[in-house]
Design a protein around this ligand. Structure first.
Ligand SMILES: Cc1cc2nc3c(=O)[nH]c(=O)nc-3n(C[C@H](O)[C@H](O)[C@H](O)COP(=O)(O)OP(=O)(O)OC[C@H]3O[C@@H](n4cnc5c(N)ncnc54)[C@H](O)[C@@H]3O)c2cc1C
Length: 347
């Protein structure tokens, strides 16, 4: 039996653990947050549940739909209303793109990682932030967290945090004999850029009467990037109430990232009211937010193939949406599954 360490319990980490479920390897996930799911995140407030990171899982290439059903149909939600578009002037109109499935769960999108992990015997160590990594002479990996506790030794280690956070870990990695592979890997990971998004959440004591589930800004010139109605997801918002998720554009988000919630929400609600053409939306009865400094990768990892091969040979693996090169929940998941399969092959 081998020991495998996974840093990060988002969909890539959960996918890797899921891929390893039928092996007899011992799997441990180290997760800095209090819950699993990473950017596929859900919150509760009053009687509402809302997905404030990834809004839904796309069907991808079909195997995702099969997997979702395998994980259990109870509570699986497919938001049926369409996604419309708007431009820099805020002109909302139907999209000519074919509507795809938009999956989440009545209990929220965190169910995806939770259900994957429930199929495994993996140990999940929450509120455990990896700070440094070391490889010993026998080739085993150890992770030290910010409390100074050591985890491992691991025969293989998979890093899944967003590229800038993985670059920090690689900068704090002691890998004797790496012969330049570590530096090459670090530089390539550090070069993988992410966009920042500030998500604003607006709750209303009335439901909005519009034909769309969400509207997306297609020319990327509007301060609002995406606006979605959580009430279109069964079980998320009580009847007669409305809950909007506004993902602000990267430019707006960077400019207002550190603004207090009150002023950011006031400015955001004005923009939303203007966009939808409904003055009532400027006055939500409660608000919430989340800053995603590392929200979406701009591109995929462009690592030197030799450095990647050396790392794998030494038992060090990478996974995530930024490795896949696509900022999508299902892409992160399958990238993690592939990493899990590669680890199983190597051990
Ligand atoms: C606002 C927003 C909207 C989105 N909308 C959609 C959408 O509608 N549909 C869609 O398909 N995708 C969407 N995405 C993208 C999707 O959420 C991501 O592609 C996917 O969730 C990435 O999964 P991951 O496992 O690669 O990374 P993450 O989810 O980021 O997981 C990495 C994990 O590592 C943990 N971590 C980081 N550093 C450390 C450390 N040092 N020690 C321990 N743990 C650590 C983090 O806490 C996190 O749990 C959206 C993303 C955002 C931010």
């Amino acid at each position: 039996m081998a020991h495998i360490g996974i840093v990060g319990a988002g969909l890539a980490g959960a996918g890797a653990a899921y891929a390893l479920r039928d092996t007899d390897h011992d799997v441990t996930l180290l997760e800095k947050s209090r819950g699993v799911g990473g950017r596929a995140a859900t919150r509760r407030r009053d009687d509402c549940r809302y997905d404030h990171g990834a809004n839904y899982v796309k069907e991808g290439d079909g195997r995702t739909v099969d997997l979702l059903h395998e994980l259990g149909d109870d509570g699986l939600v497919d938001a049926e209303e369409p996604v419309w578009t708007f431009d820099r002037d805020g002109a909302i109109e139907p999209s000519d793109r074919e509507e795809a499935h938009k999956f989440t769960w009545t209990a929220g999108i965190t169910q995806f990682a939770k259900r994957l992990l429930a199929e495994t015997d993996a140990a999940v160590r929450k509120t455990t932030r990896a700070e440094s990594v070391a490889r010993d002479d026998a080739g085993a990996w150890t992770v030290t967290d910010t409390d100074g506790d050591e985890h491992g030794p691991f025969d293989a280690l998979l890093l899944t945090p967003p590229a800038p956070q993985t670059a920090d870990l690689l900068a704090a990695t002691d890998w004797p004999g790496a012969d330049g592979a570590l530096a090459a890997l670090h530089d390539a990971v550090a070069d993988t850029e992410f966009r920042t998004i500030r998500t604003l959440v607006f709750h209303y004591d009335f439901a909005l009467d519009v034909p769309w589930y969400a509207v997306v800004n297609t020319d990327k010139e509007h301060a609002v990037g995406w606006l979605a109605r959580e009430e279109c997801k069964d079980g998320h918002v009580p009847d007669g109430e409305g809950l909007l998720i506004a993902q602000m554009s990267p430019a707006w988000s960077v400019e207002h990232y550190d603004d207090p919630l009150e002023s950011a929400a006031e400015a955001g609600a004005d923009l939303v009211a203007d966009l939808v053409g409904d003055d009532r939306l400027a006055d939500p009865d409660w608000v919430d937010d989340q800053g995603w400094r590392y929200a979406l990768p701009d591109e995929g990892l462009a690592a030197d193939a030799e450095a990647l091969a050396s790392a794998r040979e030494a038992g060090l693996f990478l996974a995530g949406d930024w490795v896949a090169g696509a900022a999508r929940a299902h892409e992160a998941l399958w990238n993690g599954v592939d990493a899990g399969d590669r680890i199983a092959d190597r051990l």
